[in-house]
Write a protein that binds this ligand. Structure first.
Ligand SMILES: [Zn+2]
Length: 235
C-alpha cells in the first residue's frame, strides 16, 4: 500500500508518550494530508514518576491530559485509553479480545505499534515489558484473529465485522527497514513531546534529544529528519 493510499491509521502504544516518540512526526504529516489517525493507549502510564509525593492516581490523570494535548498538537483525531495498569500488561486472551474489538471497530488500513523484541534499537537498549506485550498482541490480532469471523462471534453480533490489516509499522524497532521523511513536521513532533512534562520536565533537553535522534535517522536516508520503522507485511 502506498503512502497516498493509506486513509485510516491506528497507533497502538503501551504508555502516554510512546506514540509521539515513535511516530509523532509521521502522524502529524499524515494528519495534514487528511488521513484519519486514532491513538489507542493501553495504560495511563501510572508508574512513570520518581517523585516520592506522586500517587498513581494523580499521575494517571496528568499523563492522560499530556497525551491528549500532544495528540491535539499533531492533529490526531481521537485518543482512546484501555486502562491497563502501567508495568502490568500481560499476554492474556482478554487483551487479545479487546485488541480484536478495537481493530474491528476502527478498521485501519495500517497499524503502528511497538516492536516486541527484548532489545530496542541495535544499540541494545532493553525494551519495556509493556511494549513487548502490546507489540505481540497487535501482531497476533492482525494475523489472524481480527480477520477470521469465528473469533469472537459476539463482536460480529454487535456489528463489528472481521477486518484484515495487511501492513504494520513497528516503531522503536530493533531492526528498522524503512523510514518516513518528517522534515516538514519535526517542529510539531518536538512540540508534542514537550507536552509530556511529567516525563520530560526539561523541555530544552527533550527538544535537543528528539531533533538529534531524528537527524541521525534522516542522514541514513538522505532526509533532514526522519522516523524509522520495521515494516511488516502480514500476508
Ligand atoms: Zn512506553
Amino acid at each position: 500500500m502506498t503512502e497516498q493510499e493509506i486513509q485510516r491509521v491506528l497507533v497502538v502504544a503501551a504508555h502516554p508518550d510512546d506514540a509521539d516518540i515513535g511516530c509523532g512526526g509521521t502522524m502529524a504529516k499524515w494528519a495534514r494530508q487528511g488521513k484519519e489517525i486514532t491513538y489507542l493507549i493501553c495504560t495511563r502510564g501510572d508508574k512513570g514518576s520518581s517523585d516520592p509525593d506522586m500517587t498513581s492516581e494523580r499521575l494517571a490523570d496528568i499523563r492522560t491530559g499530556e497525551q491528549r494535548s500532544a495528540a491535539a498538537t499533531l492533529g490526531v483525531r481521537e485518543v482512546r485509553f484501555l486502562d491497563g495498569r502501567d508495568g502490568e500488561l500481560e499476554l492474556t486472551l482478554e487483551l487479545r479480545k479487546t485488541m480484536a474489538e478495537m481493530v474491528r471497530r476502527y478498521r485501519p488500513d495500517v497499524i503502528f505499534t511497538h516492536d516486541a523484541s527484548v532489545h530496542m534499537y541495535d544499540r541494545g537498549n532493553l525494551n519495556h515489558p509493556d511494549h513487548r506485550v502490546v507489540g505481540t498482541t497487535v501482531l497476533d490480532v492482525v494475523y489472524p484473529i481480527s480477520r477470521d469471523a469465528l473469533h469472537y462471534p459476539e463482536q460480529l453480533a454487535q456489528g463489528l465485522r472481521p477486518h484484515e490489516v495487511h501492513e504494520v509499522y513497528l516503531f522503536m524497532a530493533n531492526q528498522p527497514n524503512m523510514a518516513f521523511d518528517i522534515s516538514s513536521t519535526i517542529e510539531l513532533k518536538v512540540e508534542a513531546l514537550r507536552c509530556h512534562k511529567s516525563q520530560f520536565p526539561d523541555g530544552e533537553w527533550v527538544d535537543t534529544w528528539m531533533r538529534q535522534r531524528c537527524q541521525e535517522v534522516g542522514v541514513v536516508h538522505a532526509m533532514a529528519y526522519a522516523e524509522n520503522f520495521r515494516h511488516v507485511i502480514t500476508r
